[in-house]
Design a protein around this ligand. Structure first.
Ligand code: SF4
Length: 377
C-alpha cells in the first residue's frame, strides 16, 4: 500500500505535504529567505487560501515563481450534509485519485464555547481492522491518506466555517481508518496541525483513537505529545475482544495493557478506553468486573458507548438499566466513566460509534441531561 506521496505527476512540489522545516529548506533551495516559509505556512493554514495568487504579501514575481515549481492541492467538496438537530455537519471530499473521504464537524460540546467545534477526521480510505460493529471496516482498506490529505480536511472545513465566525477548536482522529496503521502520515499531520504558525491546534485539543496497534502506541508514546490517546477496548478478555476487534489476535490484551502502562509512564497522560456496549454480547456484570480488574493501576477513563444500529451488524443497544449497572461496577474499581447517550443524528456515518464520544474524550464530560432533552425535543 502506498504510504508517502513522492512528487505528483506534474513534478511540481506539493507544499502542503511538507513539515515546516522541510518547507523552509525548500524555500531556501529556491534562493529565497527562510521567513518566506513562515509566510507560506500562514497563508496555507491560517488564512486557508487555495492559490498562490491570493498570497498578497508575496511579490508578483515570487508568486509566479512559486506556481511554476510548486502546487497547493486541495480536496474537492462533493457534498455537505447538516443533521436535523443542527449539531453535526458531514463533509464528503473527493481525493485526487477519485476516492472519497469523510470528515464530520460536531457542535456537541457546550464547554467549547460559541463558534468552537470539534472535527473528526479520517486517515485511510476504508479500514483494515474489521471491528464487527463498524461499517467502515467491512469493505477493507484501499490506501492510506497522505499527510496533506489528512490536514487538508481541517483546512477545508476551517475555510468553510470561517465566514460564519466559527473555528475548529478540537481535532479527533476517529473518522474512517486506523490512524496508527498510517503512522508516518498521522504523525506528520499532528505536527502540521500543531505548528504555531499554522493551524496552531494544541496537542491537548487533539485525540487519536486506535484499535490497539501496540508497536505504534509505543512509538507515539516516545513523541511525548500531550494529546489524548483513546483505545478501542470493547471487551476485557482476549476471546471476546478478538471477536469484536480482530486486531486483538495480533496484539492481545496483555501486550496492549503493557503498552498503555508504558504510554502513561512516558507521557503522564490519562488514557481513555472506549467500550461500545452491545446487548448480550459484552454488557454483563462479569465483564464489567473484568474490565475494572483489567484497568487497575492504569490512569484511565472508560467511555461507555451504547451501540447505535449499524447496517450489516445485528447487535442491539442495551437497556438503560444494564448500561447503568455496567457503569457502576466499573466505577466501583475507582475508575472514572462517562456514558455517551444516543443523540439520534440523522447523518451519522460509518464509524459513528466512535465519533459520538469524541467530544467527551476531549472534555472529559458528558452532555447534561437537560441539554440532551432539549436536543431530543
Ligand atoms: S471502528 Fe475504527 S478501527 Fe475499527 S474498523 Fe471502524 S474505522 Fe477501523
Amino acid at each position: 500500500m502506498e504510504d508517502r506521496p513522492g512528487r505528483p505527476a506534474t513534478m511540481k512540489m506539493n507544499l502542503k505535504d511538507m513539515l515546516p522545516e522541510e518547507l523552509e529548506a525548500w524555500v531556501v533551495a529556491q534562493g529565497e529567505k527562510p521567513f518566506r516559509a513562515r509566510q507560506l505556512i500562514r497563508w496555507m493554514y491560517q488564512k486557508c487560501v487555495a492559490d498562490f495568487s491570493e498570497m498578497t504579501d508575496l511579490s508578483k514575481e515570487l508568486r509566479a515563481k512559486m506556481s511554476a515549481s510548486a502546487e497547493l492541492p486541495s480536496l474537492e467538496l462533493i457534498t455537505q450534509q447538516h443533521s436535523a438537530q443542527g449539531d453535526t455537519e458531514k463533509f464528503l471530499f473527493r481525493l485526487p485519485d477519485g476516492n472519497a473521504v469523510e470528515t464530520v464537524l460536531m457542535h456537541f460540546d457546550e464547554h467549547l464555547g460559541p463558534g468552537r467545534a470539534t472535527l473528526c477526521i479520517s486517515t485511510q480510505v476504508g479500514c483494515a481492522m474489521g471491528c464487527v460493529f463498524c461499517a467502515s471496516g467491512q469493505a477493507g482498506v484501499l490506501r492510506n491518506l497522505r499527510t496533506w490529505e489528512i490536514t487538508e480536511q481541517v483546512v477545508q472545513v476551517q475555510r468553510a466555517i470561517m465566514p460564519r465566525g466559527e473555528r475548529v477548536a478540537n481535532v479527533v482522529y476517529m473518522g474512517i481508518g486506523e490512524p496508527l496503521a498510517n503512522y508516518a502520515n498521522t504523525l506528520r499531520s499532528l505536527r502540521l496541525l500543531n505548528h504555531a504558525e499554522g493551524l496552531a491546534i494544541g496537542m491537548r485539543h487533539i485525540a487519536v483513537s486506535t484499535s490497539g496497534i501496540v508497536p505504534n502506541i509505543l512509538k507515539l508514546a516516545r513523541e511525548k505529545f500531550p494529546l489524548r490517546l483513546a483505545i478501542s477496548l470493547h471487551a476485557p478478555n482476549d476471546e471476546l475482544r478478538t471477536k469484536l476487534v480482530p486486531i486483538n489476535q495480533v496484539y492481545p490484551l496483555a501486550s496492549l495493557m503493557d503498552a498503555c502502562r508504558q504510554y502513561y509512564d512516558l507521557t503522564g497522560r490519562r488514557i481513555t478506553f472506549e467500550y461500545v456496549l452491545i446487548r448480550d454480547v459484552n454488557d454483563d456484570a462479569a465483564l464489567a468486573h473484568q474490565t475494572g480488574q483489567l484497568l487497575q493501576g492504569i490512569h484511565s477513563l472508560v467511555n461507555i458507548i451504547p451501540l447505535n444500529p449499524v447496517e450489516g451488524y445485528e447487535g442491539q443497544r442495551p437497556s438503560n438499566n444494564r448500561i447503568r449497572e455496567f457503569q457502576q461496577i466499573i466505577e466501583s474499581y475507582g475508575i472514572k466513566t462517562t456514558v455517551r447517550q444516543e443523540m439520534g443524528t440523522d447523518i451519522d456515518a460509518a464509524c459513528g460509534q466512535l465519533r459520538r464520544k469524541a467530544t467527551q474524550i476531549l472534555s472529559g464530560r458528558t452532555l447534561s441531561a437537560s441539554r440532551r432533552a432539549a436536543r431530543a425535543s
